[in-house]
Write a protein that binds this ligand. Structure first.
Ligand SMILES: Cc1cc2nc3c(=O)[nH]c(=O)nc-3n(C[C@H](O)[C@H](O)[C@H](O)COP(=O)(O)OP(=O)(O)OC[C@H]3O[C@@H](n4cnc5c(N)ncnc54)[C@H](O)[C@@H]3O)c2cc1C
Length: 298
């Protein structure tokens, strides 16, 4: 069971002389970072994963890809570290078995085809990332510096006062009609980073992505998603139907406890790190810290 940024722990343990085996049911190391790396602006994760793959090889970690670990398979090991991540949270919306409903895994991992009119449910980090991803056409190339400068209306400050381009910002309109919805009232993506959240909101708004908060999801029918919204959070509830070609669920994550349950039933002890330990407020920083703390104890 490997965790993307927890890979450093396996390297550390192997360098200390432990015999370390790493199992992942996927065909590549990296877990969710293989989705993150596809988001425009996050392509540095390609290099991070390449670096970790080299380090695993140098430390002679035995890698078992395409291998779903089970309790019986792990019986021969003295210590077991679970880094099996998370599962998408099920929002339990009546009618969500509609074939137009996708999860972020379908979109970012399985590359499911997404229609021109899209609703994204959930305006956390993953909802924003999915919106950013779907703004681009499927064959879009990574944005280079000049395109980025044109989009934001910035220029070289040596030749332009205050670094502002005379033409102003020229954002590329989104390739799809996208609406991002969130249940809680208030600013969409409130939980995004303090210093970067405004950039994500501005970038999506500039490209024409609509954002709505304080929305309750009632049901999905052939006509669309029925929602209830209260104006200014206190007025009477109003039901309305939002049409869509594709609806992407980005409604949170829960810890993946499947293997943990199996191991408990077999009477085996284990250590858990990252999302399978606690799915809340999970990011690379936390997982690396947990991994380092654990490696120091083993
Ligand atoms: C779209 C997106 C963008 C993100 N952007 C960022 C970002 O910019 N910065 C940041 O810090 N974080 C980001 N994250 C979050 C980050 O990817 C996660 O916090 C991190 O990957 C969680 O790591 P983890 O170790 O808990 O597990 P995961 O990354 O979920 O990995 C779990 C691994 O366990 C494997 N597995 C599960 N069960 C088994 C089994 N029984 N046997 C074998 N293998 C198994 C899975 O195949 C998977 O590879 C992003 C996530 C997503 C989805």
């Amino acid at each position: 069971m490997q965790a993307p940024r927890v890979l450093q722990r396996q390297v550390l343990l192997a360098q200390r002389g432990h015999r370390v085996s790493l199992f992942d049911r996927q065909s590549e190391i990296g877990g969710q970072l293989n989705m993150a790396k596809r988001i425009p602006g996050k392509d540095e994760f390609f290099e991070m994963l390449r670096y970790n793959a080299v380090q695993l090889g140098l430390a002679k970690v035995e890698l078992h890809l395409n291998t779903q670990a089970t309790a019986s398979m792990l019986a021969e090991f003295d210590e077991i570290v679970l880094a099996v991540g998370v599962l998408p949270r099920d929002p339990k919306i009546p009618g969500q078995d509609d074939p137009r409903v996708l999860s972020y895994l379908d979109v970012l991992q399985a590359r499911a085809s997404v229609g021109p009119k899209v609703l994204i449910l959930g305006a956390g980090g993953i909802g924003f990332d999915v919106a950013q991803y779907l703004c681009d056409a499927p064959d879009a190339q990574p944005v280079h510096l000049q395109a980025w400068q044109a989009e934001w209306g910035v220029a070289d400050p040596r030749s332009h006062q205050a670094g502002l381009a005379p033409a102003g910002p020229k954002p590329t309109p989104a390739a799809r009609d996208i609406t991002l919805l969130q249940r809680s009232p208030g600013k969409p993506g409130e939980g995004l980073g303090k210093t970067t959240g405004w950039i994500h909101r501005t970038s999506l708004r500039q490209r024409g992505v609509r954002m709505r908060s304080g929305v309750s999801y009632l049901r999905i029918t052939p006509e669309g998603l029925w929602v209830s919204t209260s104006k200014q959070g206190s007025g009477p509830q109003q039901d309305e139907c939002l049409g869509f070609d594709s609806l992407v669920l980005c409604t949170g994550q829960t810890s993946n406890s499947l293997l943990a349950e199996e191991l408990k039933a077999a009477g085996r002890s284990f250590h858990a790190v990252g999302g399978c330990r606690d799915a809340k407020a999970l990011d690379a920083k936390r997982a690396i810290r947990e991994a380092a703390e654990l490696a120091a104890c083993l």
